[in-house]
Design a protein around this ligand. Sequence first.
Ligand code: AP5
Length: 183
Amino acid sequence: MNVVFLGAPGAGKGTQAENVKDHFGLKHISSGDLLRESLKKETDLGLKAKAYMDRGDLVPDEIVFAMIQEKLPAKQGVLFDGFPRNLEQAKQLDQVFSNLEDKIDTVINLDVKEDLVVDRLIARGRKDDNPEVIKNRLDVYRKQTQPLCSYYETQGKLFTIDASESVEQVWDNIKVCLERKHG
Ligand code: AP5
C-alpha cells in the first residue's frame, strides 16, 4: 500500500499520518519534517531550503526530491505527507514508482475550510505559523498543490475526507477508506 496525503496547511496530514503509519505499518515520509531536520542539522540542502520555508514558498523541486529519493525504496508500503506538492513532483514520484515496478495506489485529500486551518495553525505556533506566512502557504497550496486533486482523480486514486471533524472522526473515516480499498 503506497498512500499520499493531500491537504492544505493545517488540514491534519501530520496528525493523521501518525495513526495511519502505526495502524497499517507504513513508512512515513514527510517532506516538511525532512526539511526541518536538515535545517536543524545545518546541512547544505537544509540551509538552501530555509528562506523558502520562512516565506512559506515551495522549496525547489530538486532539493525536496533529493531528500525523498534517499528514503526509497522502502521494504514496507509508504505514506507520503506533504509530498508531492506540485505537478512536477507528482510526475517525478510516479516515475520513481514505475521504475520500482510499483505505484501510488491511494490518495487521501483532507478537505477543510481555510478559516479553520488558520485557527489551527495560529494555535500550534510553529515558526511558519504566523498570519503573513500562513496566507502565503495557503496561496501556494491553492495555486500549486490543489490541482493535484484532478491529477489523481483522473487516475481513479483520489478519496476526499472531511477534515473539519474531530481528530478521532477523521481517523475513523481514513481507516474505513483504506480498509475498503485494500481489504
Ligand atoms: P509542511 O511541514 O508540509 O507543512 P504544511 O503542509 O504547511 O502542513 P502543516 O504541518 O502545517 O499541516 P498538517 O496538514 O500536517 O497539519 P497538522 O497535522 O500538523 O511544509 C512546511 C514548509 O516546507 C512548506 O511551506 C515548504 O516551504 C516546505 N515544503 C514541505 N514539503 C515540500 C515539498 N514537497 N515541496 C516543496 N516545499 C516543501 O495539524 C496542524 C494543527 O492542527 C496541529 O496543532 C494539530 O494538532 C491540529 N489538528 C489536526 N487535525 C485536527 C482536527 N481534526 N481537529 C482539530 N485540530 C486538529
